[in-house]
Design a binder for this molecule. Structure first.
Ligand SMILES: Cc1cc2nc3c(=O)[nH]c(=O)nc-3n(C[C@H](O)[C@H](O)[C@H](O)COP(=O)(O)OP(=O)(O)OC[C@H]3O[C@@H](n4cnc5c(N)ncnc54)[C@H](O)[C@@H]3O)c2cc1C
Ligand code: SF4
Length: 480
């Protein structure tokens, strides 16, 4: 079957069909179609089966990419899914939303040799979507039930990956989340045009059917304490993400119509899920008919501009203080936004929000910048040119990133140590925090990061929690 591989000199790189911009801007459905079974096989056959697979090194989960590409090319989809799902709890989600250009696909050998990367993410999505459609994914039936239990705080990708891994070993697992649904930012942050909600809900239903208990509307630190969870469970995982929005520090930033990105995106996602959202109905969090300016250059900013387009904004402008090549967001998302009509004002740093006499936002005043000397991180620092511009706005969305909340204070646990940015400190070999039996994973450890890293942390933490609980069980048996 080896002749099915190394086709990259004969077969060009092809992505699944993308819906035309004017059509996709009318709704919140995903913009890429699925590969046909034939296209997935053909594209998988482009893999060069490198002896040292760089793509695997570029994937935080160290996915065995060449193996499942080969199986997919040979039409052995069920085996491909088994290999793919052995290292990843949500391959269909990563396939959709990993910034592959910065991870596996960015360092694919045939990309480096100028042939165009293997479309790893889209094939990964196809394999697992096929597994769901064919019924290969069935609720977990652990080989034996264990009496010990784990409490997981946070139903985002970090918490869910850990919960699944622990349930596979037979532990009793309860996931506590402040929200009314599972998924964390997969549901309330990331818009449906990147990841349809049903894809996440399907995962939650599967985990519930596997015996994992979910306690929604439960905020740890308010409705239940960390101390209570430590008493109730043998081990506890903190996977609460980061939600303290970085603020805009300039005159006028308190004007009416200046919004936090996550408030805006959450309202939009809730509307899509059928919830009633008063601040959306009142128009406060709805961009329809407005001139919208989004400040920031990351994934969150791209999600805001593209959401505003879909809500029927009159115009959408993104202000970013560096240039296109230096944006932190995925280039693929920038391109999608440009296609959908978003105007980018590169090298523009907000200096003031201008408002009307009634205190409503009317424009953003920005300094034009140029790139100067590299800073400590090696990136060129933006410096002012002296030129100023005013961009008219009825709604300004701040998408400047997120910091961790003060968890030791919120959890009333001063012994929980954090680093100088407020992220929970762990021993990366075990993901254990300064509190015995308490582990941490995902954004709350790394700061705002990626879904695939949260999954990796969740898996690592679950492995360490399993070892710790096994050791506790054998100590108990020895003592009896
Ligand atoms: C708008 C936006 C777009 C993004 N786009 C992408 C993308 O395209 N690709 C990508 O890889 N990453 C993206 N990310 C980043 C990604 O979503 C995060 O890195 C990832 O979700 C982190 O997972 P997590 O499990 O650590 O936390 P989260 O997903 O944030 O989940 C944390 C959960 O903990 C719960 N929680 C918090 N505090 C408490 C408490 N005290 N008690 C109980 N529950 C609590 C929250 O309700 C939440 O459900 C995006 C982020 C944002 C904001
Ligand atoms: S999980 Fe993400 S980085 Fe890893 S292979 Fe899949 S798409 Fe690439």
């Amino acid at each position: 079957m080896a002749e099915k591989m190394l086709q990259f000199t004969k077969v060009s790189r092809a992505m699944p069909a993308k819906r035309p911009a004017p059509v996709r801007a009318e709704d919140f459905r995903e913009i890429y179609a699925d590969f046909s079974a034939e296209a997935a096989k053909t594209q998988a056959g482009r893999c060069s089966q490198c002896g040292v697979p760089f793509c695997q090194q570029g994937c935080p989960l160290q996915n065995n990419i060449p193996d499942w590409l080969k199986l997919a090319a040979e039409d052995r989809m069920e085996e491909a899914w088994r290999v793919s799902s052995s290292t990843n709890n949500m391959p269909e989600i990563c396939g959709r939303i990993c910034p592959q250009d910065r991870l596996c696909e960015g360092i694919c050998t045939i990309e480096q040799s100028g042939h165009g990367t293997v479309t790893i993410g889209s094939i990964e999505k196809h394999i697992t979507d096929t597994a769901w459609a064919e019924g290969w994914i069935q609720p977990i039936k652990p080989p034996r039930e264990r009496a010990q239990s784990a409490g997981i705080i946070g139903a985002g990708p970090g918490g869910l990956a850990a919960a699944e891994q622990l349930r596979r070993k037979g532990y009793q697992v309860t996931v506590y989340d402040a929200y009314d649904r599972g998924g964390g930012l997969l549901v309330y942050g990331i818009p449906g045009f990147k990841l349809e909600k049903e894809v996440v809900e399907r995962r939650i239903r599967y985990l519930e059917a596997s015996g994992i208990r979910f306690s929604f509307n439960t905020r740890v630190g308010k409705d239940v304490s960390l101390a209570d969870l430590r008493t109730e469970h043998d081990t506890v995982l903190i996977a609460t993400g980061v939600y303290a929005a970085k603020d805009l520090k300039c005159p006028g930033s308190g004007a009416e119509g200046v919004l936090a990105a996550l408030d805006y995106l959450t309202a939009s996602n809730r509307k899509g899920l059928g919830d009633t959202v008063e601040a959306f109905e009142s128009g406060e969090l709805n961009a329809e008919g407005k001139r919208v300016v989004v400040i920031g250059g990351g994934d969150t900013a791209m999600d805001c501009v593209r959401t505003a387009v879909r809500q029927g904004a009159k115009s959408v402008t993104c202000l970013y203080r560096r240039d296109k090549a230096n944006m932190p967001g995925s280039q693929r998302e920038v391109q999608n936004a440009e296609e959908e009509g978003v105007v980018f004002e590169w090298l523009a740093n907000p200096e003031a929000i201008l408002d009307t006499k009634a205190g409503k936002v009317k424009a953003v005043r920005a300094s034009k910048m140029k790139l100067g000397e590299p800073d400590a991180s090696g990136r060129q620092s933006p410096v002012k040119t002296g030129e100023m511009i005013d961009v008219k706005a009825d709604m300004v969305i701040k998408a400047l990133g997120f910091d961790p909340e003060d968890l030791p204070m919120l959890f009333n646990e001063p012994a929980l140590t954090v680093n100088r940015w407020g992220a929970v400190r762990v021993d990366y070999a075990t993901m254990q925090t300064s509190l015995p039996g308490v582990y941490a994973a995902g954004d709350i450890v790394r700061g705002a990061s990626l879904v695939v890293w949260a999954i990796k942390d969740g898996r690592d933490a679950a492995e360490a929690m399993n070892k710790a609980m096994k050791a506790m069980a054998s100590t108990k048996v020895a003592a009896e």
